[in-house]
Design a binder for this molecule. Structure first.
Ligand SMILES: [Zn+2]
Length: 380
């Protein structure tokens, strides 16, 4: 099949990027930063490379002189290869069945190629557009964003709105994300022979009782109905040593996703209350908060209306959704840059063996983003 110039460009950039080993936690985004800088310079963008740590580069391209600005962000790091690759090796891009295969194909190297080609097309069509575009290739998204998004925002990076091309699906974009709390609960009992249960205190059973109380009673009636209710997931449970002993110690970890309208403080407060009312002389617990974020939503904003209009213009069905996951859009939105998340793929094979992206859907998304830039920059 003959390929268009655009398709060839998308394939070339994605394949080049896949071949750089940027597996987290090392990242080594510096290996592909020069290639990305070169691409951005070809569009006459002003290019800055910023790194908190020597090998963790972020590349920022900037073009335009108007007041209104938009940041389009992707990330260069990938998750590890894992096992089970059949089509190709993770670092050897392969073109098959109209798809590009390789680690990072859809998360997030292919999406960068789409973003790049869309910006290129938009600039060619509107060389004197009234605004400013930042095209950013970040480090450290698959880990903690410490060397990537968080670092750039701490450095004072600013824009009026953002499109994060990383996560979700072709026919939906995420404009809000739940808050997340991860906790550890330790249960302390008293060890005893299993035959003498009247003297022991069973830490495992006490923990199980507490978890079922949390499952049933950690609920909030009032919250923003654009989100699903709070959900608690017991993700880890450990305790006990042998069948004939009453266990003296057990611990569990829980991940709680909660909607807008509730704060992490309220959730933690209610957990503490439930733990306190469950505790007694035979039941002792300790809670530690491991991680906490707040829920966020981008309220009606020209970013959203422009994105919806653009999809309509190219006849692409598009739904606005809220999700339980946390993406860099939370970091950007909470730093004053309202941001939505979209990915140029209807099947999301991120982090899987034989990760791929459809070349046709990449082309569709280039059209979508060009239309989006046009809507966004002509809206006053
Ligand atoms: Zn990603």
């Amino acid at each position: 099949m003959k390929r268009s110039l655009l398709q060839q460009g998308l394939i070339d950039i994605t394949s080049k990027l896949i071949a750089f080993n940027t597996v987290t936690p090392f990242g080594n985004e510096t290996t592909c930063a020069p290639y990305i800088s070169k691409l951005l310079k070809e569009l006459n963008m002003k290019v800055k490379v910023l790194a908190k740590k020597k090998n963790r580069a972020n590349v920022i391209g900037e073009i335009g002189s108007g007041k209104k600005s938009l940041v389009i962000a992707c990330h260069m790091d990938t998750v590890e290869f894992g096992k089970g690759w059949k089509i190709t090796d993770p670092l050897k891009p392969a073109i098959k069945n109209g798809r590009i295969y390789g680690r990072g194909a859809v998360d997030d190297k292919g999406p960068f190629a789409v973003a790049y080609c869309a910006v290129k097309k938009f600039i060619q069509k509107h060389p004197a557009f009234d605004g400013k575009i930042y095209l950013v290739a970040m480090a450290d998204e698959e880990d903690d964003n410490i060397y990537g998004a968080k670092f750039l925002l701490q450095k004072g990076f600013k824009a009026d709105a953002g499109l994060m091309i990383d996560g979700g699906y072709l026919n939906s974009f995420d404009y809000g994300e739940k808050g997340c709390i991860q906790i550890k609960i330790e249960s302390f009992g008293k060890q005893e022979h299993s035959g003498l249960q009247e003297h022991g205190q069973n830490a495992v059973e006490n923990l199980i009782d507490l978890i079922s109380i949390l499952k049933n009673d950690l609920k909030f009636e009032k919250f923003d109905k654009r989100f699903t209710p709070l959900h608690l997931n017991t993700s880890l449970i450990t305790g006990g040593e042998m069948a004939n002993s009453i266990p003296a110690y057990a611990f569990g970890q829980m991940d709680i996703r909660f909607p807008l309208g509730i704060s992490s403080k309220e959730v933690i407060g209610k957990i503490e209350m439930l733990v306190k009312s469950t505790s007694g002389t035979n039941k002792k617990f300790k809670i530690s908060i491991l991680y906490a974020t707040e829920p966020h939503v981008v309220e009606s904003h020209e970013l959203i209306t422009s994105f919806k209009k653009a999809a309509k213009m190219i006849n692409l069905p598009m739904k606005a959704i809220t999700i339980g996951g946390n993406s860099v859009a939370k970091e950007f939105t909470q730093a004053g840059i309202p941001s939505i998340v979209h990915v140029p793929a209807s099947v999301y094979t991120a982090h899987e063996p034989d990760e791929y992206i459809s070349i046709k859907e990449m082309g569709t998304s280039v059209k979508l983003y060009v239309a989006f830039f046009e809507k966004y920059f002509t809206t006053k």
